[in-house]
Design a protein around this ligand. Structure first.
Ligand code: TYD
Length: 138
């Protein structure tokens, strides 16, 4: 478990002069069955989203339009990812604190999730997240 398992995954892209097409199959292009989809849009300039972690939830974040940054933190290492293409997804495993900022005007952030919405799966306080992390030897 850790940030090293979070990664950018390239999605299939069917190039066509009429417009490109990307598709995503749960368990094939994302390493989980997709149980929920949600999206952020109409994000005002300077806004920050996220600021939480999940106990069990796996997610993939895709910039469907525009661009934004996702900052991941496993309690030991922090990494910033810039998402700006709709054929790349950022896979996030459980127990990763995430923040999102730098949204461009008109950006749309789509999230594929491995579970339905469950507030009890959230860590909303960084301190609670840190306390729940498994002890590491490295
Ligand atoms: P939240 O996950 O806290 O988003 P952010 O951390 O970016 O602010 O969700 C914001 C609100 O939306 C919160 O009250 C819970 C609600 N929500 C749902 O009801 N269902 C969902 O699938 C999601 C993602 C959020």
């Amino acid at each position: 478990m850790g940030i090293e398992n979070c990664r950018i995954i390239g999605l299939p892209k069917i190039q066509d002069p009429r417009g490109n097409l990307t598709f995503i199959e749960g368990g094939r292009h994302v390493p989980f069955d997709i149980k929920r989809v949600f999206y952020l849009y109409d994000v005002p300039g300077g806004a920050e989203r996220g600021g939480h972690a999940h106990s069990r939830l796996q997610q993939m974040i895709i910039a469907m339009a525009g661009s934004f940054d996702v900052i991941l933190d496993d309690g030991y290492v922090k990494q910033r990812f810039h998402l700006n293409r709709s054929f790349y997804g950022l896979y996030i495993e459980p127990m990763i604190w995430r923040e999102m900022d730098n949204f461009s005007t008109g950006s749309v952030c789509m999230v594929l999730a491995s579970e339905p919405y469950d507030e009890t799966d959230y860590f909303r306080e960084y301190e609670d997240f840190e306390k729940a992390l498994p002890t590491r030897t490295r």
